[in-house]
Write a protein that binds this ligand. Structure first.
Ligand code: AMP
Ligand code: GLY
Length: 423
């Protein structure tokens, strides 16, 4: 079977790498892919939101399964586009429906969903220009720090955590009235601040049965000690050392089961991954957010630990076979370290030659923002390379990735040197 993976990050390179280990896969295509995917798959130029182009490519390349990496095409309804097209409706697409996409596409939609199924999450209020005059009183009723979230997709940048009440009131106005985050902040959710340690939970579901994939912990801040601006993610480890059976059971009973139940009850049509961003407060799990796709860089530590044939696994979804699937998970721990362009997550330069990628290694080098030009790999984004290693414990895995990353270089490269520091 031929497969197509949509997206261009480290996540997509990791998924494609897992597909290369499948006995059932014939050819792999990436749209648009990156420098790394070009070495193990065929890159197709194009935009992940150009559904007509994707349809053409599916037909021309005899694709049987499409895996959708990023959230944008999901929130824009790529699943529904496939299901309402006479030709595409028989192609397997690993992505949830447009309605389910709202779990990520609208913070308020997600909050209301959690309320309906009693899923533990921070208390909240939602404000637009219509009820903005009530926002001051709402903020005054909360304790600092104040968490303000743009309702819509904002590429992980739409969340502000503010200590001072007056600043929070002013920022809320700037988000709604001055469109600080564009249209995504025309509605703002104000949340109670939850104090704890975060972890990422991934549930593969066809809307009926579910399988819990390995957990991971990512490091979102640019600076060491979790300081500075938020990024897409600077590193990750899997499994999560502080996740014991008792805590896992609470997550499954209080969060995963009611989430899947809600998806089913509301006929959301789900064929993919529910990514539940969790926070452990005391001994209890709370949901920070839902995403409707895999995380990046979490994929770079989760998928190398899944030993099942990936195409077999995805093909079983939607049939009774999925219930019988047993996930085979690698015992070893995985760690990934992300190398980014200097200046990221603000402005940065591209087109720097990357050296040291060809050396023999036991680590796995996933490309993110790279492109291949002649015989060189050039930087082509903020997050450039993810170096993943597997070992008996997370400390050794982290160390192996650092040993490897020191051999890779490009002008103004930066990476955090403390991944795993808090575990
Ligand atoms: P989100 O886009 O909702 O995942 O938020 C981005 C980041 O902001 C999260 O990963 C948390 O670190 C932080 N955050 C979001 N909501 C809260 C909250 N209610 N309490 C504490 N931190 C939060
Ligand atoms: N690493 C977090 C995310 O993918 O949203």
């Amino acid at each position: 079977m031929n497969v197509l993976v949509l997206g261009s990050g480290g996540r997509e390179h990791a998924i494609i790498t897992s597909f290369t280990n499948s006995k059932l896969v014939n050819k792999i295509y990436a749209l648009p892919g990156n420098g790394g995917t070009s070495t193990i798959a065929t890159n197709i130029q194009g935009d992940v939101n150009d559904f007509k182009k994707i349809k053409e490519e599916v037909i021309n390349n005899n694709i049987s399964l499409v895996f959708v990496g990023p959230e944008d095409p999901i929130v824009n309804g790529i699943y529904n586009f496939f299901k309402s097209d006479n030709f595409l409706k028989n192609i397997k697409i690993i992505a949830p429906s447009k309605l389910a996409g709202q779990l990520e596409g609208s913070k308020e939609f997600a909050k209301k969903f959690m309320e309906r199924y009693n899923i533990p999450t921070a208390k909240h209020g939602a404000f637009t220009k219509e009820n903005i005059d009530q926002s001051d009183a709402f903020l005054e009723s909360m304790n600092p720090p104040y968490v303000l979230k743009a309702d819509g997709l904002a590429a992980g940048k739409g969340v502000l955590i503010i200590d001072n009440l007056q600043n929070a009131k002013d920022e809320l106005r700037s988000m709604i009235l001055d469109k600080k985050f564009g249209d995504s902040s025309s509605k703002v959710v104000i949340e109670e601040f939850l104090d704890g340690i975060e972890l990422s939970c991934f549930v593969l579901t066809d809307g009926n049965t579910y399988k819990i994939l390995p957990f991971a912990k990512d490091y979102k801040k640019i600076g060491e000690g979790d300081t500075g601006l938020n990024t897409g993610g600077m590193g990750a480890v899997s499994p999560v050392p502080f996740l014991d059976n008792k805590f896992l059971e609470k997550i499954e009973e209080r969060i995963i089961k009611p989430t899947i139940h809600g998806i089913k009850k509301e006929n959301m049509e789900y064929m993919g991954v529910v990514f539940i961003g969790l926070i452990k407060v005391g001994q209890d799990p709370y949901v920070i957010e839902y995403n409707v796709r895999m995380g990046d860089p979490e994929t770079e530590v989760v998928f190398p630990r899944i030993k099942n044939d990936l195409l077999d696994l995805f093909n079983s979804m939607g049939s009774t076979e999925f219930e019988d699937v047993k996930l085979q998970i690698e015992d070893r721990h995985a760690a990934t370290i992300i190398m980014v362009s200097g200046g990221y997550p603000l402005d940065y330069e591209k087109n720097k030659i990357i050296s040291g990628l060809t050396e023999e290694t036991d680590s796995i080098i996933f490309h993110a923002g790279t492109k291949k030009v002649d015989d060189n790999f050039l930087t082509n984004g903020g997050r450039v390379i993810a170096v993943t290693s597997l070992s008996e414990n997370y400390k050794d895995a982290v160390k192996s990735s650092y040993d490897q990353i020191k051999k890779i270089s490009f002008d103004q490269a930066y990476f955090r040197k403390d991944i795993g520091f808090d575990l």
